[in-house]
Design a protein around this ligand. Structure first.
Ligand SMILES: Cc1cc2nc3c(=O)[nH]c(=O)nc-3n(C[C@H](O)[C@H](O)[C@H](O)COP(=O)(O)OP(=O)(O)OC[C@H]3O[C@@H](n4cnc5c(N)ncnc54)[C@H](O)[C@@H]3O)c2cc1C
Length: 486
């Protein structure tokens, strides 16, 4: 009789858990996946990436409708949005994608799916609805939840988080967003474009605190021009509700106390790992407020128990959860000691313009004391951007002293797609000369990647030394025209 019921047990059916369930089962490992909600997919599908990007698309279209004259088109008096219709579209997109993450699909690939709350009872076993189930290896992939700081008065009012914001019955007339991270910024712009008056409050002195200030600042200017009000460097003191209006008292950057009023408040002040009720103390798994401690093979201090995705407190993205899931499959199923490497790991905030990043930015380089040079290229000089009226932003490439790329950031149209070329270049160790010499279709915003790489070589190719050499070898006669001096 087998020592354990399963080879691989997985707690949590989100991006990380599903990656491991599918990989392990297809490789022939006897696999169990336990999910506490009624359906698989996790936060990304139900309360994160999918609903937010669907909402952003609706907001983008409405924004275009309200700005037709910028494109030489007749003015449209667009009627107000009916948020119920938008919420219905969000539900429909989720339902469509849900089929990919269905219990049947995972069962088809060989994994058993159980619904319920799992709790460790010993180092190899969980209790699920009173039944003890054992596995040789376990993955904890329980994700994260919105962090709600202990602001006086907040618990006494109805506030929104990412769990409620996509299924509202109506568009709030005014929305106060607490937190200027990626979630706060994406939602602030989308709701403002849909017609809500939006105010954003954050204690940091810039939006998107991880990003370089020049890039985040340029995005903030766009959002301010669209009508969003920002209070940065501000502390939230207390919240109260009177006559259906929520009032938030803040101390602003100048130390002044002011009260902001809104119909709804979105709390987007960070995330907390879902480590409660798993019985982690019982089996001695180490964790702190950021998440479960793992090594670069995603192993906890109990080497046969892995933790991947948001719950380990690393990079909180769906593609990070998927990547870490792959690391778990390599280590636990293939027994290959594969380590995670985040050196050139990309991410994107889906604002308009989008802000995407890979590798180190100026902030990180300065904090590490690494010398670098900056090479940038504006979207204002890109023909396609001009044609499409999307000229805000730039590509910023950072190089070390031997001209090796350290990181690239893109603020601009489709930056999340444009960063892919850098994903291939940096991870594939492709030479910048190859990117600079590559042919891109014209006119595409993608040409900007070639151009920023090309900027590095232009001064060398067109240098006086090269011109002198060509003059000598080919008897070139030099300039045929110069601008007349006035
Ligand atoms: C508004 C918003 C927008 C986002 N947009 C993006 C984006 O555009 N791109 C991007 O890359 N990332 C985005 N993210 C982040 C992304 O959603 C997460 O990084 C990703 O979902 C993490 O995957 P995970 O597998 O770690 O956790 P999850 O997907 O949250 O899955 C965890 C699962 O574990 C289950 N679970 C929890 N506890 C238990 C238990 N005790 N027993 C059994 N099951 C349990 C949960 O019900 C859940 O299904 C966004 C997040 C939010 C909130």
């Amino acid at each position: 009789m087998a020592k354990y019921d399963y080879d691989m047990g997985i707690i949590g059916g989100g991006a990380a858990g599903l990656t491991v369930a599918s990989g392990a089962a297809q490789l022939g490992a006897k696999t169990l996946l336990v999910e506490k909600e009624a359906s698989l997919g996790g936060d990304c599908l139900h309360f994160g990436c999918v609903p937010s990007k669907t909402l952003i698309r609706s907001a983008h279209v409405y924004h275009l409708m309200c700005n037709t004259q910028r494109f030489g088109l007749p003015k449209i008096d667009a009627p107000p949005v009916d948020f119920k219709q938008i919420a219905a579209r969000i539900r429909q997109v989720i339902e469509t994608i849900q089929h990919h993450d269905s219990e049947e699909r995972f069962c088809g690939s060989g994994a058993r799916v159980e619904f319920g709350i799992a709790e460790f009872v010993d180092e190899h076993s969980i209790a699920l609805d009173g039944v003890r189930i054992s596995a040789k290896n376990w993955l904890i992939a329980t994700g994260s939840s919105p962090a709600v700081p202990p602001i006086p008065g907040l618990q006494e009012i109805d506030y929104l988080t990412n769990k409620e914001i996509f299924s509202l019955d109506s568009l709030p007339q005014a929305l106060l967003v607490l937190g200027a991270g990626p979630i706060g910024i994406e939602m602030a712009q989308a709701f403002n474009r849909l017609g809500a008056e939006v105010t954003v409050v954050d204690r940091s002195d810039q939006i998107l605190g991880k990003e370089d200030k020049d890039m985040a600042g340029a995005l903030m200017s766009v959002m301010e021009n669209e009508g969003i009000q920002f209070y940065l460097g501000a502390a939230v003191e207390e919240v109260e509700e009177k006559n259906n209006t929520k009032a938030v008292k803040i101390i602003d950057e100048a130390g002044e106390s002011r009260t902001l009023a809104a119909q709804a408040i979105l709390v987007a002040m960070g995330r907390l790992p879902n480590v409660e009720d798993l019985g982690l103390e019982k089996i001695g798994i180490a964790y702190d407020h950021r998440g479960i401690t793992v090594d670069n093979r995603m192993r906890t201090n109990q080497k046969h128990i892995y933790a991947a995705g948001d719950v380990n407190g690393g990079l909180q993205f769906t593609h990070a959860a998927g990547y870490e899931g792959g690391i778990v499959v390599s280590n636990a199923i293939f027994h290959l000691p594969r380590k995670a490497d985040y050196t050139y790991f990309p991410w994107c905030t889906y604002s308009d313009p989008e802000l995407a990043s890979i590798g180190m930015n100026e902030k990180t380089l300065q904090s590490k004391g690494i010398a670098y040079t900056v090479w940038d290229e504006d979207f204002g000089d890109n023909d396609r951007s001009l044609a499409e009226d999307q000229t805000v932003g730039k590509v910023k490439m950072l190089l070390d002293s031997s001209e090796k790329p350290l990181g690239v950031q893109i603020l601009g149209p489709r930056a999340g797609d444009l960063i892919s070329e850098w994903v291939a270049t940096l991870n594939g160790k492709v030479k910048l000369a190859t990117l600079a010499g590559a042919v891109h279709p014209y006119p595409t915003v993608g040409e900007i990647n070639k151009k920023v790489a090309g900027n590095l070589f232009a001064p060398k190719i067109f240098s006086p030394k090269v011109q002198k050499g060509l003059k000598f070898f080919f008897q070139l006669k030099g300039r045929a025209c110069s601008l007349r001096e006035s």
